[in-house]
Design a protein around this ligand. Sequence first.
Ligand SMILES: [Zn+2]
Length: 436
Amino acid sequence: MSSSETCIFVPGEAIHKIAGSSLSGGTLVLQFSQADEIFVVAAVEIGHDIRSSTLPSRDYLALNGVNASFDGQWLRAPEPGDATSLHLQHLLLARRPLAAIPIDVFRDLVAGVRDPGNKRGFLITHDPQLPPELRDLGCPEFAGWTIERTGVRPLPLQIEPECFGIEQLAATWPVERMSTIRVLLVGCGSIGSAAAEALASVGMGTIDLVDPDRFLWHNMIRHSLAKESVGRFKVDAMREHLRERWPHTTVHPHREDVVEDAHTVRQLFKEADVVICAADGIAPRRVVSHLARRAGVPSVLACVLEHGAVGELLRLRPTPRFGCLLCMRAALANEGAMDAEADQELGYGTGSTHQPMSAVPPDLRLIGTLAAKVAVATVLESRHGDHTQRLPGEHAIIGLRPAGDLAPPFDVSFAGEIRWSTIPSPRPTCPTCSPP
Ligand SMILES: [Zn+2]
């Protein structure tokens, strides 16, 4: 059955009440929304003349938009498997859009169906003892019908599931592991907000957000937040935004500047499993590189360079094999590569008029999402020995709108191209990498 058809939405509350009622059948109240052509089960008779409301929560705006009410009926199979053939018929009929059961035949199959008169009647049948082999075929425990004198046809039910969070992915995704991971995210701008959403959507247990700034009008075009958050501190508004959509993730907001408040933020590095830096400018990146190394946690630095031409992700793992940000830049400078950080010092992405924002929202979102993926892959490997998302290197250059005139390793040619490379080992004299 296609989900484009008119259908009945059945809140979980209605399912519980029908399944738990001692009656063998009763009335239903259906609310109809004309704009979306949907019916919603709004009340169920659970005892003789006792109706109980089953309306979905007000968060389901479309399911609460009502134009009209209709009476309906629910019926349970009185004997084990009595409705089995009925629900099998439902399955078969649903595959033949124009097919119908003559009403007399239908009333022989299930006792107690009310005469619809000249109107259209609505019925939900419940077979609690449906044999497993029929369930496996796709035969429903609850089935919806429209009853007319011209015939009875299946009406699709959309039943609210018991669980529809990240747990739904438990068979294919390490949901349990994710719930134990803590990420420190420095910078809640356009890249940071996209990273935060990606982290929450994969089931991250805890996210610490660090950003001292307010959300202002000029941020709106490239950010996950919208009008209602203008004027608020980004970290507070983001916590609410994430909590609404991904309530399983705990979010701690910190209105702090990683550079100026390094002494207080330092503790967060020690508690984190991985750090993402999506803050603008050289200084925050250097502080994150240093504090993460000293805390012994991996970090991922994300930015967009050259007026939105390329994105860059740098993974810094605190092992003798890989150096820090300064070691990396020193090596690039020795090779005569461009000074990527000088580009950042111009205030890229701050919205100031001397450096107009030139990266488009989806490009920034791509970099933020990829930064989250790199962080997740890194923690799964380092903490859990899970290599399923192993990455090809430590340094990625992502083509966004490359003009093809940059020095290596930034000289990607195509939008969508990702070039991975490794990074040098620590310099012997590095103040960050050498033991304290
Ligand atoms: Zn170093």
